[in-house]
Structure formats: structure tokens, C-alpha cells
Ligand binder design. Structure first.
Ligand code: F6P
Length: 552
């Protein structure tokens, strides 16, 4: 990053924002070409950011900012396997998991493509065997249910993908257990039969306490129902820690590996995607990978001004740093993307929720926003009130397919799309006091009531939103969408000048939880004045209350 030229562009963008005047309504009225100017496509995928408060100069300045941050140089460094995850000394090569046709990628003298393909082939053979019944349970019955036990990146990606690809799901039912709360595994298993259930223990490190606790509970459940010898037929594992998997007792031909150059939140493309592959079959999984690879190529080759991840990143950065909006809402008008916001929370917030720059200094601009959302239209009947009339502006990202998967229910889909378009129009246009009054008077309301109520019916407008449209949510398109978001996070992380690929911020809580377990179990006392040095008064007080409630 060229600090001084970056600062120059930053200052120019700040000054530009202050100087910018006029509403978005006026901008649309003044320029009939606004949509063409502020939208871009990659095949059927369209990104429309014309309802954001930007003009040509904003985009020019943002592109110069990207150049000052050496965005293209950093992008190329990532794709070529440079160790850009500097705090962990690792390459960032999740893109190699889907680069199956191109030339090999050599890392530390080894062609990683050969290893990637070998794991993918092994996954495919295992998925086929489970789907066909060849890899049956211990009593010979076909597997009907697959339970993935994992958390964070070992759960959110495959869980989201399984739901997104539901129309292609022709394999065993898929379930996801992540929470250490015993309720999660209990409620999942109570519907299942051990004879026909396969567990996939998915953990990059194979040490994550939630996953290992759930895996042990699952192993006991199988043992109690079918005996110790049955375990082998009912477990598989996905991990980078092959030694720990062996210790757990899972046979090596049922272990699917990945590598330290794949971050947990970027891992759905490899072995972590095994439950998805079993659900939708290797062919559809491959289409998902090919879609992501197509987006990788677009990201590497499209000019910045037409490059979808770059544009999304620049707009995201503009909203966060220059406009100072603290959050962004992701609202898929696509029920099958209902886990996308949860997935993006990890992808985006674990990547870009940082306060230290790449060289260890304090950041001088805000970094990643709070990311949240729910599918439309449900969100409209919940939190959209605040998005339309609340005191904070929260940029919204809408996603929608032109065509649903249910031709008989086209009317539903038309209503869905009409709502999606209506919301972004409402955010942009708003409604003035005069318009609110005129509408109420036209309905014959008493003028005194109009005076009283009209201010409550005003919408400020100028609330920014981005819309992403695609033809249909098929595996290829879904792969493109997820890769689009991955690269957008990379673009924003580059502009924030942070390392988007570590996650030290999750450590402290984990360490403290380990120390607190004996306290919660009652084996160690932290209450009372004599123990004041051990814990803060609040934690000691909470522990005391738990013990009183438990009668212990
Ligand atoms: O919460 C931190 C984290 O390390 C995530 O980055 C990761 O996706 C998750 O835990 C699960 O880790 P593992 O796959 O090693 O069990």
C-alpha cells in the first residue's frame, strides 16, 4: 500500500462527500442513464449500485484509492500462493480448491492441484458409495441421514449450501449440529436411527471443544445402540489434523484432508463440503466449484470499473469509511439463501473485524461493518421499520433470482420480486411530508388528523441499497455468488490494510471458558471476599447465582 497516495485519495473522498449535494431522487431524475452507469454484469449476474449516493467522480476516486492500496497486486499475490496471511505465515489458497482445469499451483515446491484433485476424487467416491448404499451402516442398512458435526467454518458454509441447493438434493437427509448446547445434538438425534445415520466430524484443527464434545456424544450414541464395533461404519472425518482424527478412531479411508492454506471460513469448497456433496451428488458439487472458479477468473481479469467483487468492495468501503454507516443488512429475496447472512457474518466479521494494520499499527479508519440479515419478505414484517425510518442509515444488499425453482408457483415468485424491487425503491425515494399529506387528504381524511399523523408517515429516502440479480439459484450461480462475497471481503480488507485471514479475536473467550469450566462445575470456588483476586465480582456473582439456581 502506498500510504501517502492512499491518504490523498481518502482525503479527496471525504471532501467529495461533504461537497456532494442533492438527493438520489434528483440524481435519477437528472440522469436517465443512471442505472446503466452504476450497474455491471458478469454473465447473468447483475450488480446494481445506482441507488447508492455516488456519482462518476466518486467511482473515479474509489478506483484511484484501490490503485493506491495496490489492490491488483495483493489480489495476484493471493492467487499465486504468496504468504499474505502474515500473522500465521500462511498462503491463502482457497481459490485452488476450485481451480481444477487450469495449470497447477506450486506452493513450497509442491503442486497443490494434484492434492486437491486427489481429495476431491476420494470425496466423490465416498459420496457415491453413501448415496448408493454401498457404504452402508453396520447392520447393512443404507444411510438415510448424515449429521455434520462442526462449528464456524466447519458448519456455516455446508449448512448454507445444503439449504441453497435444496432443489438438487437427492441424497440422504443432511443435518448440522454445531452448538455445544446439548439441546442441539439431542433434538437432532431424537428423530434419527443409529443404524442409518452417518456422522461427519468436521474440524480443521480437530480440537474445537464444541465439535469434539458433540462427536464424543455421537460416538456414545452409536455405541449404545449398535455396539463398539459399529462405530467405524458410522463415522467419517474432515480435518487438517490427521493424527488427531486417527486418535479419535476414524479409519483413514474415511478421512478427508485439507491444508493450512485454507481458512476455516473459506473451506466449503473442499472436504468441508462433503455433506453437501453427499446431499446433491458430486456432479452438482462440481458445478458449484466451477461457478466459484468462474468468479475467480472474473475477479482476476475484469477491469476494476466492471469488476463485481471490486465494485462491491469499493461501495462497502465507501459506506463504512466515508459515510460512517456502522452496519450492512443482507436481505436475500430467496428463501433458500436464508443462511447466507449467518454465513456472511463469519466470512466478513471474522475476516475484517480488526483494529490493527498489516504492519502492527492501529488502524486509522473504521474497519468491517456489522453484517446481519434475514430473508425477504420476512424481514419486511420485522426490522424494516428501522431501516426505513430509524435514525441510523443501514445500507441494504438485496439478492434475488429472476426465476424460481417452482414453475407452478410463479405467482409467488412474481410477488417476491415485486416486494424486493419495491423496498429498494422506497429506500431510495422516500416520501415527503407534502406527499404524505396529499395521499391522506386524497383518501378523505380529516385535515386535523392529517396534520397530526403526516409526520409519522414521512420517509427520508436516500437510504442506500445494492441489488444483485441472477437468473436462477443453481449450483453454478450459487458458487459464483459465494466467491463474489469472498472476494468482496478481500477487497475491503485490502482497503482497510488489515490481515483478513487470521482470527485472534476468538482466542480470549476460548481461554477463559477453559478456566471457568471447573468453576461452573463447582470444583473451584471463586465467590466470596477471600477469592476476589481470582475473578471479577460480576463473573463471581453470576457463578454464585447459577449455583443457587441449581441448588448446588
Ligand atoms: O471460531 C474460530 C474458529 O477457529 C473459526 O475460524 C473456525 O471456522 C471455527 O473456529 C472452527 O474451527 P475448526 O474447524 O478447527 O473446528
Amino acid at each position: 500500500m502506498d500510504q501517502s497516495s492512499f491518504q490523498k485519495q481518502l482525503d479527496a473522498l471525504r471532501a467529495h462527500r461533504v461537497a456532494k449535494s442533492g438527493s438520489m431522487r434528483e440524481a435519477f431524475a437528472a440522469d436517465p442513464q443512471r442505472f446503466e452507469k452504476f450497474s455491471a454484469t458478469d454473465g447473468d449476474l447483475l450488480l446494481d449500485w445506482s441507488k447508492c449516493a455516488v456519482d462518476r467522480q466518486t467511482m473515479d476516486l474509489l478506483e484511484k484509492l484501490a490503485a493506491a492500496a495496490d489492490l491488483e497486486g495483493r489480489r495476484d499475490a493471493m492467487f499465486s500462493g504468496k504468504r499474505i496471511n502474515v500473522t500465521e505465515g500462511r498462503a491463502v489458497l482457497h481459490t485452488a480448491l476450485r481451480n481444477l482445469n487450469g495449470k497447477g499451483i506450486v506452493l513450497d515446491g509442491q503442486d497443490v492441484k494434484a492434492e486437491v484433485v486427489a481429495v476431491l476424487d476420494a470425496m466423490g467416491a465416498f459420496a457415491d458409495a453413501v448415496r448408493s448404499g454401498k457404504a452402508a451402516g453396520a447392520t447393512g442398512k443404507k444411510i438415510t441421514d448424515v449429521v455434520n458435526i462442526g462449528i464456524g467454518g466447519s458448519d456455516l458454509g455446508p449448512a448454507m449450501a445444503t439449504l441453497a441447493l435444496a432443489p438438487y438434493h437427492d441424497g440422504p437427509r443432511a443435518h448440522y449440529v454445531s452448538n455445544i448446547d446439548g439441546a442441539h445434538i439431542h433434538d437432532t438425534l431424537k428423530e434419527l436411527s443409529a443404524e442409518t445415520t452417518l456422522f461427519i466430524v468436521a474440524s480443521k484443527t480437530f480440537t474445537t471443544v464444541e465439535t469434539m464434545t458433540n462427536a464424543e456424544t455421537a460416538r456414545k450414541w452409536v455405541q449404545n445402540a449398535l455396539g463398539k464395533e459399529a462405530v467405524g461404519k458410522h463415522f467419517a472425518a474432515v480435518s487438517t489434523a490427521l493424527d488427531l482424527v486417527a486418535k479419535f478412531g476414524i479409519a483413514s479411508d474415511r478421512v478427508f484432508g485439507f491444508w493450512d492454506w485454507v481458512g476455516g471460513r473459506y473451506s466449503v469448497w473442499g472436504a468441508i463440503g462433503l455433506p453437501v456433496m453427499i446431499a446433491v451428488g458430486p456432479k452438482n458439487f462440481r458445478a458449484f466449484l466451477d461457478g466459484a472458479h468462474a468468479m475467480d477468473e472474473h475477479f482476476q481479469t475484469a477491469p476494476l470499473a466492471r469488476n463485481l467483487p471490486v465494485l462491491m468492495g469499493l461501495i462497502g468501503w465507501w459506506h463504512r469509511v466515508i459515510c460512517k454507516y456502522p452496519a450492512r443488512a443482507v436481505i436475500p429475496y430467496d428463501q433458500r439463501l436464508s443462511r447466507l447472512p449467518a454465513y456472511l457474518q463469519q466470512l466478513d466479521m471474522e475476516s475484517n473485524g480488526k483494529s490493527v494494520t498489516l504492519d502492527g499499527g492501529a488502524v486509522t479508519t473504521p474497519t468491517g461493518p456489522l453484517v446481519w440479515g434475514e430473508p425477504g419478505t420476512n424481514g419486511q414484517h420485522a426490522f424494516f421499520q428501522l431501516l426505513h425510518q430509524g435514525t441510523d442509515f443501514i445500507p441494504v444488499e438485496f439478492l434475488a433470482a429472476a426465476i424460481g425453482h417452482e414453475p407452478d408457483l410463479k405467482h409467488h415468485h412474481d410477488l417476491l420480486l415485486a416486494n424486493c424491487l419495491a423496498q429498494s425503491e422506497a429506500f431510495m425515494k422516500g416520501r415527503t411530508l407534502e406527499e404524505a399529506r396529499a395521499q391522506m387528504l386524497a383518501k378523505g381524511m380529516d385535515p386535523a388528523d392529517v396534520d397530526r399523523i403526516a409526520p409519522h408517515r414521512v420517509f427520508s429516502g436516500d437510504r442506500p441499497s445494492v441489488t444483485i440479480l441472477y437468473r436462477q439459484l443453481d449450483p453454478h450461480t450459487f458458487g459464483r455468488l459465494i466467491a463474489l462475497y469472498e472476494h468482496r471481503v478481500f477487497v475491503e480488507g485490502t482497503l482497510f490494510n488489515i490481515n483478513s485471514f487470521d482470527q485472534w479475536g476468538v482466542e480470549l473467550g476460548k481461554e477463559l471458558a477453559t478456566g471457568l469450566l471447573p468453576v461452573v462445575e463447582g470444583k473451584e470456588v471463586v465467590e466470596g471476599k477471600e477469592n476476589a483476586a481470582k475473578r471479577d465480582a460480576s463473573t463471581a456473582g453470576l457463578v454464585g447465582h447459577i449455583h443457587r439456581l441449581r441448588g448446588s
